[in-house]
Ligand binder design. Structure first.
Ligand code: EPZ
Length: 438
């Protein structure tokens, strides 16, 4: 199979698709299975590459993974957790950022952990300094070696009082996955409180953890001596749902996304409506289409929850090129997540990038030479082009652009999209997209 899609754009996407469990919860809940003393079952698991990567890593550590991901249900038996061989783990280096979250559970189970160099999307520097500082504060010894990180817990990790410099999703998960079995109380301030994190907390509570979330971004965890397995149905993927919503808007189509849940998407839905999108919520999902064509502009800034997710930004920018008005998008989570817009400009979009913090409050990236604000003027007709997928969300956004464009596009590197969009070619078929492989 080739990694290239030839897309014939300019046709509205119309039809029904469904979304299953959120990539950014499922992968973390899979790591949590390591903490249990009995097997766990996770449901609504999507068939995406990240699930296969985490399954592989769990198996390397002695977790017995069974069940078909086509059925969306996997079972994890962690009874024989063991130290994996460095070379085997290293073979997974570069494929994902999830290995860093194995640290706490492995330190509890085995007293040691080896973490290879991390992969993940190239959307900024993406350091792991918060993670390492958190682990050190719990009492872990962290040693950087050329092949990766070697961690050790000479004694039981100790609960601690921590404040994150920024409400990082991964670092909050690091604290949760470590604190639940550490001795005593952990208090985390400036925590991320994304719905995926609250769902992970629900998983951990099912396992026997004691965790409270206060209104002021403070999470308190009372460590316990042991945890059991869990049975859980993952929350739906709100990033995938929003991506299809943007595809409906950009192509003048109409897409029903079964599984999309309004409470997780409130912030997106407000913006979607402001820029001319329409939607209807029912008990099973949300229908998205393009509403009236009045002048609509937004001033938008990406932010941690409950703000507008950075992962919604890329598909939304494509939709903005096809709606009427002049909009400002200020990316405040990643310093380099607007680079994908150059290809859109080459296709005919009018997008200008700025180093300044436009439209809102100054962010961490102001005065630091990062082009992290965009002014998007629409609608501009897009022309088919030859484009290379830059990262997961940018890749799906390029597909939307190619489907909205007049003429034929060649989209290269589509395998990357499988990391987070389940069976996206089948779903493209379901909404009538015209394309062929190769
Ligand atoms: C998670 O990444 C998601 N990934 C990302 O989704 C998502 O964009 C991001 O959270 C924000 O919502 C997964 O869940 C697997 P962060 P994560 O720690 O946890 C800085 C997608 O497309 N930072 O919240 O890695 C960091 O550089 C992916 O599905 C440090 O400086 O993100 C960034 O600027 C892409 N030091 C900010 O914090 C650290 O040690 C937020 O990152 C950690 C983070």
């Amino acid at each position: 199979m080739t990694d290239v899609l030839t897309v014939h754009g300019g046709h509205p996407l119309k039809g029904d698709i469904s979304v299953r469990g959120a990539k950014n919860l499922v992968s973390k809940a899979m790591v949590a299975t390591l903490l249990g003393e009995s097997p766990s079952t996770l449901r609504a698991i999507p068939q995406i590459a990240d699930v296969r990567i985490v399954s592989g890593l769990l198996e390397l550590h002695g977790v017995h993974v069974t069940g078909g991901d086509a059925l969306g249900e996997l079972h994890f038996d962690p009874t024989n957790v063991e130290t994996a061989h460095v070379a085997d783990i290293d073979a997974h280096a570069g494929s994902s950022r999830i290995p860093i979250l194995f640290c706490g559970p492995l330190l509890h189970r085995l007293g040691e952990a080896f973490i290879p160099d991390l992969g993940g999307c190239r959307i900024g520097e993406r350091p792991i300094d918060y993670h390492l500082e958190v682990l050190r504060q719990f009492g872990a010894l962290v040693e950087k070696r050329p092949e990766g990180l070697r961690l050790a817990a000479p004694q039981r990790l100790q609960g601690t009082k921590l404040t994150l410099p920024y409400p990082s999703v991964g670092s909050t998960e690091q604290v949760l996955l470590t604190a639940v079995r550490a001795a005593g109380l952990t208090e985390l301030s400036n925590a991320a409180i994304e719905p995926e994190i609250l769902d992970l907390i629900a998983v951990l509570q099912k396992m026997g953890a004691i965790i409270s979330v206060d209104t002021d971004r403070v999470i308190r965890i009372e460590g316990v001596d042991s945890l059991q397995g869990f049975t859980h149905t993952a929350m739906p993927d709100r990033i995938e749902a929003a991506s299809w919503a943007c595809a409906a808007l950009a192509t003048h189509g109409e897409i029903y996304v079964e599984g999309a849940r309004q409470p997780d998407m409130m912030t997106f839905l407000n913006v979607f409506r402001k820029i001319g999108g329409a939607f209807e919520v029912d008990d099973a999902g949300i229908r998205f289409w393009r509403g009236g064509d009045a002048q609509r502009s937004v001033v938008l800034e990406t932010d941690v929850h409950p703000g507008f997710m950075t992962d919604w930004q890329q598909p939304l920018v494509v939709a903005l090129t096809q709606t009427r008005g002049l909009s400002i998008v200020h990316e405040t989570v990643y310093e380099n997540r607007l680079g994908f817009t150059q290809a859109l400009v080459d296709m005919g979009a009018t997008i200008q990038l700025y180093r300044e913090c436009l439209g809102g409050l100054p962010c961490r990236f102001g005065q630091r030479n990062f082009k992290h604000s965009a002014v998007v003027s629409g609608p501009t007709p897009l022309r088919g082009a030859d484009i290379e997928v830059p990262d997961l969300r940018g890749g799906f956004s390029y597909l939307i652009a190619a489907l909205a464009a007049e003429g034929t596009s060649t989209v290269r590197g589509i395998d990357l999209i499988y990391r987070g969009y389940e069976q996206f070619l089948d779903k493209l078929d379901a909404v009538g997209a015209r394309y062929e492989r190769g």
